[in-house]
Design a protein around this ligand. Sequence first.
Ligand SMILES: Cc1cc2nc3c(=O)[nH]c(=O)nc-3n(C[C@H](O)[C@H](O)[C@H](O)COP(=O)(O)OP(=O)(O)OC[C@H]3O[C@@H](n4cnc5c(N)ncnc54)[C@H](O)[C@@H]3O)c2cc1C
Length: 308
Amino acid sequence: MIQEPIANLLDAMGAEALPCIHNEPLDRHTTFRIGGPACVFCKPRTVVELARTLELCHSFGVRTYLLGNGSNTLFADEGYDGAVICLTDLKTRSTAQTLPDGKTRLTAGAGTLLVSVCNRALELGLTGLEFAFGIPGTVGGAVYMNAGAYGGEMKDVLSKVTFLDENLKLQTLPVKELALGYRTSIFEQRNWCILEAEFVLEPGNREEIQAHMQDFMARRREKQPLDMPSAGSTFKRPAGCFAGQLIEQCGLRGFSVGGAAVSCKHCGFVVNTGGATCADVVELTDKIREIVKEKTGHVLEREIRVVR
Ligand SMILES: Cc1cc2nc3c(=O)[nH]c(=O)nc-3n(C[C@H](O)[C@H](O)[C@H](O)COP(=O)(O)OP(=O)(O)OC[C@H]3O[C@@H](n4cnc5c(N)ncnc54)[C@H](O)[C@@H]3O)c2cc1C
């Protein structure tokens, strides 16, 4: 039976023709290919639709989860008993403006895939975003996580972020006020919806930028299990070492629970070998943590976001 607040929300959204679906399977929307249904799944196309969707959810007391490309998200097998608001259809304009010092201010909407922003930077001959080329997330997800790779992170190239705060008020904050740290940001503690990011990039050599992007992608293909569903690195890097190395040292290569397994190609990744459930991944990662702690003394912290 549909809960009353959900039914009321669906009716109100239907009446205003806001894009939403009831009982949408979430495994279709995450790179792990795991997750039960969302009671309500919304895909706003404009900021106005997004703000109205959030407003209606708040007014009916329905909890919300903001979803980008789902490449760092693990939804529960039971699904999500609120509204998942996916931002990948959000149409926003990307702008590029040359500054007096020769740098360029590039803006991108939250639902834009990082690869598109990287390609735009390449097209314009701008350097700085090469590290992000193979990260399969959206701008919003990457800002929220302060995504990084190969020595670079969002923090290095971001200048400001525009978002809707908990009162749905439009706000912009400069990067220094976003508490960006290793795979964390202020957005982890606040109920804010990222709308747009502004990057400041330096002029560079197009061939060199492209060569760096291709090199990073080749390294990923060589080392990471890109042919299997996953959410990237399962654990954060503990101080002074790599989670994958610790897991390997403990003899856990290929270790599995149900359909979830430690990748044989890269021990830092848990992969879905087929039919893995959220419960499998959680049990497997708990066991890994326990064994690694016992054998090495290191405490691993999950990087993937488990949403129940
Ligand atoms: C094969 C593979 C390789 C990866 N490699 C890397 C890597 O090298 N470096 C790295 O850092 N990560 C990596 N990741 C993880 C992931 O791609 C990044 O964390 C990415 O930034 C997540 O973006 P997303 O849009 O998919 O986020 P989601 O998984 O959709 O969301 C992640 C978090 O961000 C929040 N969020 C999303 N959009 C918004 C928004 N607009 N406003 C507010 N909150 C929002 C969500 O609520 C959630 O808490 C990898 C993942 C895979 C599958």
